[in-house]
Design a protein around this ligand. Structure first.
Ligand code: CFM
Length: 545
């Protein structure tokens, strides 16, 4: 192997942490040190990590904005709702079809995914106000498409000039009559990251859509799949597996979703939470208002997929479903294991680093473990302490000015529609068998002792980390892709999957094994240095010397 791949294994995690902080001014280092944790793995002594706080000005963060979390993440993957951005055109253009959330509307189904809707605010709108323009845009959307719903997103300037988007939305909803119109105060600057946008989106989706349709839904074993956004077709693979098991998905929040799925979500009997960070608010509110319990699932990794299916089956407790799930797992696993065995000799012992938004830095460690690969360091861009340390820390989370800025909805049990899905005795039996609701232990217990867990990693630290530890693969997003590759390390985008995927479920695991095997064993990384850099004897001399 070329020198570029030499690992500096002699580095202790404490030394690496010191190195990362060395160049910072004292005040910056003091703040960053609290966001870099050396994992104690399972021991109670694990110190707390600081998360969900402002990025220090001057640092090149990997984070996105609140608008991105609301418009892009939660609402972006819906297909029959018109998502109208109130703002300058750049906010729409740069959010247009960039997240690789896929849709399939079927024969004759509505699909607005490919459109880009914006009020295209100009200087004069900023000066004189944009409310009239917004009302006109809503009317135009309605006249052209007659969608079931139009949602409006505030961008930074809209918040600054104070356009009352909620009143405009309410007025237009009344005027149109058969179209649900509502708005999100998701100005980009509103929170410290896109995480605030998730919360804002969850609140409005819950208040304006969930529970709107009380029609009974056909099917057995009805679940909501929360926090699955169908990136690279992940949702399609999960749908395929659930269908094969005979499980009915009432709603997905929000990959390839429809208005009616949101409206009917309260008809499900169990909520399964994939991405805890982005959607736990909806899971909680659904339980409080309608009595639907929730469990954490993970369909990233073949073993995790099997485990999640078994947990769903156990919840319903019906032997027919339990048998069917076992049959599906038995049918799917041989193909997965065949590829796993094929790649294992080439991938075992390799190392990875994962820095993704809120869930994937955790979930994808399962897939790497299935390939015999170790995660040296991982972290989230914007997750909260509960995603690191587990939900037991929630009561102790500090409320600061930024988090207070995001509304907490007061939800109560619905007087008519609240219905506990299980009796006390049934819950008791499940608990006795170790079944846990409403639980997420976070990333830390699943990581090795001594591994570095870093919140809101930045450009400088990413490069430093790679230089020091030389992982075999680095996973993050497009902003990191080329700077990391220039260091001679393969880089896999875990937001957009580059152009790959799906990676969820059984077929997804196969795709991932093959892709990572190809990346970590590619020879191209050993050619990063020009021959004259590798072999000094080739260096030229000037004739006049
Ligand atoms: Fe959840 Fe996501 Fe993620 Fe996320 Fe995201 Fe994403 Fe992500 Mo990019 S909802 S927290 S805000 S799993 S867009 S599909 S990949 S940062 S780790």
């Amino acid at each position: 192997m070329a020198t570029a791949r030499t690992k500096l294994v002699q580095w202790e995690p404490t030394d690496i942490k010191k190195e990362l902080l060395k160049k910072y001014p004292a005040k910056v280092a003091r703040k960053r040190t609290k966001q870099i944790l050396i994992n104690e793995a399972m021991e109670n002594t694990t110190p707390e990590i600081t998360a969900n706080v402002r990025t220090i000005p001057g640092i090149i963060t990997m984070r996105g904005c609140t608008y991105a979390g609301c418009k892009g993440v939660i609402m972006g993957p819906t297909r029959d709702i018109v998502n109208l951005v109130h703002g300058p055109i750049g906010c729409s253009f740069y959010a247009w079809l960039t997240r690789r959330n896929q849709t399939d509307a079927g024969e004759g189904g509505e699909n607005y995914m490919t459109y880009c809707f914006s009020t295209d605010m100009q200087d004069s709108d900023i000066i004189f106000g944009g409310e009239k323009k917004l009302a006109a845009a809503i009317q135009e959307v309605y006249d052209l498409f007659h969608p079931k719903a139009i949602t409006v997103f505030a961008t930074c300037p809209v918040g600054l000039i104070g356009d009352d988007i909620h009143t405009v939305a309410r007025t237009m909803k009344e005027k149109l009559g058969d179209c649900n119109v509502f708005a999100f105060s998701c100005e980009g600057y509103k929170g410290v990251s896109q995480s605030a946008g998730h919360h804002i989106a969850n609140n409005q989706v819950f208040s304006h859509m969930v529970g709107e349709n009380n029609e009974e839904k056909a099917g057995e074993y009805k679940i909501n799949l929360l926090g699955e956004y169908n990136i690279g077709g992940d949702g399609f693979e999960i749908d395929r597996i659930l269908r094969k098991c005979g499980i009915t998905t009432i709603s997905t929040f929000s990959g390839n979703s429809t208005y009616d799925q949101f409206a009917s979500a309260h008809m499900a009997d169990l909520s399964c939470v994939m991405c805890h960070r982005s959607i736990n608010y909806v899971a909680d509110m659904m339980e409080t208002k309608f009595g639907i319990p929730w469990i954490k699932v993970n369909f990233i990794g073949a073993k995790s997929t099997a485990k999640s299916l078994r947990r769903i089956a156990e919840y319903f407790g019906d032997q027919k479903l339990i048998d069917r799930v076992e049959a599906v797992i038995a049918e799917e696993m041989p193909a997965v294991e065949a590829v796993q065995q094929e790649v294992l000799p080439r991938t075992t012992g390799k190392t990875a680093m994962l820095f993704v938004g809120g869930s994937r830095a955790h979930h994808y460690q399962d897939l790497f473990a299935e390939m015999g690969m170790r995660t040296l360091s991982a972290g989230y861009e914007f997750a909260h302490r509960d995603d690191y340390e587990g939900r037991h820390v929630i009561p102790h989370l500090k409320v600061d000015a930024d988090s207070r800025n995001i509304e907490e909805l007061e939800v109560e049990a619905d007087p008519e529609r609240y219905l506990p899905r299980k009796t006390e005795a049934e819950l008791q039996t499940l608990a006795e068998h170790g079944y846990k609701f409403k639980e997420y232990d976070g990333i830390l217990p699943d990581m090795d002792a001594g591994s570095l867990v870093i919140d809101d990693l930045n450009q400088y630290e990413a490069e430093k980390l790679v230089e020091l530890m030389r992982p075999d693969i680095f996973c993050a997003g497009i902003k990191e892709k080329f700077s990391i590759q220039k260091l001679g390390i393969p880089m896999k985008q875990l937001h957009s999957y580059d152009s790959g995927g799906p990676y969820a479920g059984f077929q997804g695991a196969v795709n991932f094994y093959r892709e990572i095997d190809r990346l970590v064993n590619s020879k191209v990384w050993s050619y990063m240095k020009a021959p004259w850099q590798e072999s000094p004897e080739l260096s030229a001399t000037y004739v006049w010397e």
